[in-house]
Design a protein around this ligand. Sequence first.
Ligand SMILES: [Zn+2]
Length: 124
Amino acid sequence: MTTTDKSEKASYEGSCQCGAIAFRATLALDAPFQCNCSRCRRLNAVMASVAGSDFTLLRGADTLKTFRFNSHTIAHNFCPECGIEPFAQGADRDGNAMYVVNVHCLEGAVYDKNAITHFNGADF
Ligand SMILES: [Zn+2]
């Protein structure tokens, strides 16, 4: 699904490359970001935040592997078959689940490359 107004939330299906992990996420694509931490720098992923209530894992709960590093607060979920990390899971300050999805894993997602902001994860 695409939307012309990027500040408006839309529902997307997302997956790893082989499809073993699949999810549905409802989000706006007006604030894509990249991060310079030791992991994101290697993945070169463009990401977007999703509220816990706007994320549904459709497939792969028993398949995905989780990698944690540094403070171990973020679950980096990747597919052991194809190696792609379609999303990570963390929590906000109140302890509510939140997700960061790999925008390039969303079907039909269109975003403005000039809108990408840079998160200084390397200093966390
Ligand atoms: Zn896969």
